[in-house]
Design a protein around this ligand. Structure first.
Ligand SMILES: Nc1nc(C(F)(F)F)ncc1COP(=O)(O)OP(=O)(O)O
Ligand SMILES: [Mg+2]
Length: 222
């Protein structure tokens, strides 16, 4: 298997749903199936925060959600837990600045998708050098989905990275809604990643569809 091509990665990043059991008021499998029906393009299993599952229960939930993704051709990414990603033969992993050395993770996962969080130009340059396939940049807007989130930077950080020649596929994260997708794509993001905008929506399918429409509209206009 070869590394994913940049163009394919950019497309997959368009509507990137991130979720774990703590984000769900209904069964996670139900929410994921609805989100897929609404048009998400990529899924990240992020089992984290107070009350998150661990051990066998975490593994079983991951397997259940991975199966749903495989049934619909949606790539399945695991947050933080590289060993779990390898055990499941997941499509990739996402790591942050505190989750270990991206170079070592790249060696461990071979050609699987590697996503790395970046909050500034130095971290973005390091992620590119380490062999990341995409970077997650944010939080762009204030978020309640991540207990230890850094200060929101606004879409300007995306513009700054692009202006300094960061050309790698880039997804914006943090407080994203259908209403602010336009400015994030206009700033140079290839897509948006959300947790509560879909997981907490009355209809995850409608929420996913509105995000997808907003991204496509903004990309056409970009
Ligand atoms: N999980 C993430 N996914 C993305 C993605 F690009 F995929 F949208 N970007 C950023 C993060 C945040 O990653 P990290 O800083 O390690 O915090 P946590 O492990 O609590 O999520
Ligand atoms: Mg992390």
């Amino acid at each position: 298997m070869a590394r994913i091509a940049s163009e394919a990665m950019r497309e997959q990043l368009e509507v990137y749903f991130i979720m774990g059991s703590v984000n769900c008021a209904k069964p996670p499998a139900e929410i994921l199936a609805e989100a897929i029906a609404g048009g998400i393009t990529l899924f990240q299993f992020r089992e984290k925060g107070s009350g998150a599952l661990v051990g066998e229960q975490k593994y079983e939930l991951a397997k259940q959600l991975q199966h749903i993704c495989q049934e619909h051709g949606i790539p399945f990414i695991v947050n933080d837990d590289v060993e779990l990603a390898l055990a499941l033969d997941a499509d990739g992993v996402h790591i942050g600045q505190e989750d270990g050395d991206a170079r070592i993770v790249r060696e461990k996962i071979g050609d699987k998708i590697l996503g790395v969080s970046a909050h500034n130009l130095q971290e973005a340059l390091a992620a590119v050098a380490a062999g990341a396939d995409y970077i997650g940049v944010g939080p762009i807007y204030p978020t309640k989905s991540k207990e230890d989130a850094k200060k929101a930077q606004g879409p300007g950080i995306i513009r700054l990275l692009r202006r300094h020649g960061i050309a790698i596929p880039l997804v914006a994260i943090g407080g994203i809604t259908a209403g602010n997708v336009g400015e994030v794509i206009a700033a140079g993001a290839d897509g948006v990643s959300v947790i509560s905008a879909i997981a907490s929506a009355p209809s995850p399918a409608v929420a996913a569809r509105q995000l997808a429409q907003a991204v496509h509209l903004s990309k056409k206009g970009a």
